[in-house]
Design a protein around this ligand. Structure first.
Ligand code: ZN
Length: 162
């Protein structure tokens, strides 16, 4: 059952975007797809999400054109992974904006390193959602690295992850 009415035909593009992106699970699943966590089991483990909720969200993500479902592995029992489409990849600045807003207006758990969005061209951290503030390169999937909070180690290069 939908949580609200259909906003897909609203005149405001923010409302229309929320018709597709306005579900919290959808956004965190997209976050995982950006870092290459693209299979059901990995998503379930990272998100701590119930199987039926994850299956419903993945179906909605595919139906909305944000990702495509691709078979992998052997042929005896088909298994699938989810790859961001161009439509889904275009949501990267949305996630960056959420990260920036959250860093400014919500409190992180004690001791957790902040999320850093970095430009892969120059290595500089970016304070923008879609452009490197240092070298002005676009922060595309191919040119962005994330230092994820609570996940020490090397930054994740988004392009190589998906
Ligand atoms: Zn740069």
């Amino acid at each position: 059952m939908p949580l609200r009415s259909d906003w897909s035909t609203k005149s405001c593009p923010i409302a229309r975007s929320l018709d597709t992106l306005g579900d919290a699970w959808t956004l965190v699943v997209l976050r995982e797809l950006f870092v290459g966590n693209s299979r059901f089991d990995g998503l379930r483990e990272e998100l701590g999400i119930a199987d039926n909720v994850l299956a419903t969200r993945l179906r909605a993500i595919v139906d909305a054109g944000l990702a495509i479902k691709v078979p992998y592995g052997g042929t005896s029992r088909p298994r699938y992974e989810y790859r961001l489409s161009e439509v889904g990849r275009d949501a990267l600045p949305v996630l960056h904006a959420l990260a920036r807003w959250g860093a400014k207006h919500s409190e992180a758990p004690a001791g957790v390193q902040p999320m850093v969005i970095a430009c892969a061209t120059c290595g500089g951290p970016s304070s923008s959602t879609d452009w490197c503030a240092t070298c002005q390169a676009p922060l595309t999937v191919e040119n962005t690295e994330w230092h994820r909070p609570g996940k020490p180690g090397r930054p994740i290069r988004l392009a190589t992850a998906s």
